[in-house]
Design a protein around this ligand. Structure first.
Ligand code: PLP
Length: 386
């Protein structure tokens, strides 16, 4: 059996894979089983922040693997503590809970909001407001948080206690919290899976104000937008707001599973012994890799992300067959005249891997993609869109 046949026979059919088997990679180039090289404009959905088999990350992970690969959370390990300290130092946050994915990070954030409200106001105050067109994960609770009915319908009943409002409508949000039953508000500053849609900055600031005025826990889902992706360390920093909780995952680990729920002053004491846990969370190898990523997200790197993002916008905006370019930094949505799937398939044939988000081509290249490699990929995307 070919790998493709084996996979189709035995792996749950939840993914429609492209006809490419990747066997290795270096930087922003992925290599197929047939030896064909692809420019990687997707980074494994925004995960491999410094590219494939990035030597610094590989060295950090393998050094840790040869010491100890896992201990459980019954014992202290250095990478877990050191990563939490770094995240807190750079963001002014106070505590980090580590899980293994974005969905788990969001589950933790929802627990924090509910417990904060229950401790202070009683259990009736438990609703979490999220936005229509959002995406927060695939567990039953984070699906309930996700404001897209298409994800819900086959899995009802979902976790109760979520309310979805239209992004951009401040009055609707005010009405949604007016009953006094809201524990948390959760937003993505740039809706990734929803089509790479950046929220209006004034709206984001209004959300933060409404949360503060009503003592509601403000959660920013930075699973996709975080760790330099938008040109700021975390996307909320682009808008001059400070959430009570932010969650992150994807690009933090550089390729190993990790999720983090990062808590600010107001909620730092909400979780106590036994309130939450994870067998794998804070895994030393994952954390060692994450430290090697996080330590490189300095001002120079972030400037480079913004500069490359502008380059993409300049190259693609107004090109033949391209209707619009959305997003921030190296999180880019491209609306093409042709169906996005057709463009992505044509790109693969021509040696470029792109993602999709709703009806758009989505680009999440490595944060350090070299300019010449990026320009080659953009010329392929333009020719595929034409
Ligand atoms: C990908 C994503 C998630 C889910 O992350 P998983 O690691 O797949 O659980 C949650 N929120 C946002 C904004 C995402 O982009």
């Amino acid at each position: 059996m070919s790998i493709r046949e084996l996979d189709e026979a035995f792996v749950a059919g939840t993914y429609r894979r492209f006809p490419v088997e990747i066997v290795s990679g270096h930087g922003s180039v992925a290599v197929g089983a047939d030896g064909k090289e692809y420019i990687d404009m997707g980074s494994g959905i925004g995960v491999t922040s410094f590219g494939l088999s990035d030597p610094e990350w590989v060295a950090a992970v393998t050094a840790q693997l040869s010491r100890v690969q896992h201990t459980s959370n019954l014992y202290y390990t250095e990478p877990c503590a050191a990563l939490a300290a770094r995240i807190c130092e750079r963001t002014g946050s106070k505590k980090v809970f580590f899980g293994n994915s974005g969905a788990e990070a969001n589950e933790c954030a929802i627990k924090v909001a509910r417990k904060y409200a229950a401790d202070k106001y009683g259990a009736d105050r438990h609703v979490v407001v999220t936005l229509k067109n959002s995406f927060h994960g695939r567990t039953l609770t984070t699906l309930a948080a996700t404001g897209q009915d298409s994800f819900h319908k086959l899995f009802l009943p979902l976790t109760p206690g979520f309310r979805h409002v239209a992004a951009g409508d401040v009055d609707e949000l005010s009405r949604a919290v007016a009953g006094g039953d809201v524990a948390g508000i959760m937003i993505e500053c740039v809706q990734g899976e929803g089509g790479v849609v950046a929220l209006d900055p004034d709206y984001i600031r209004a959300v933060a104000r409404i949360a503060r005025e009503n003592d509601i826990v403000l959660i920013v889902d930075e699973v996709q937008t975080g760790n330099g992706r938008t040109g700021a360390l975390y996307s909320y920093m682009n808008f001059g707001i400070t959430p009570d909780v932010f969650t992150t995952a994807k690009g933090l680990g550089g390729g190993l599973p990790i999720g983090a729920c990062v808590m600010g002053e107001r909620v730092a004491g909400v979780l106590g012994y036994g309130d939450h846990g994870s067998t794998f969370g804070g895994n030393p190898a994952a954390c060692a890799g994450a430290i090697s990523i996080f330590d490189r997200l300095d001002d120079e790197l972030l400037d480079g992300v913004r500069r490359r993002g502008e380059l993409i916008r300049r190259e693609l905006s107004g090109a033949d067959g391209i209707e619009s370019v959305t997003g921030m930094g190296l999180m880019v949505g491209v609306k093409t005249k042709k169906p996005a799937g057709e463009v992505v398939t044509a790109c693969i044939e021509r040696g470029v891997l792109c993602l999709m988000a709703k009806d758009k081509v989505r680009l999440l290249p490595a944060l350090n993609i070299p300019d010449d490699v990026l320009m080659s990929a953009l010329s392929v995307i333009k020719s595929a869109a034409k």
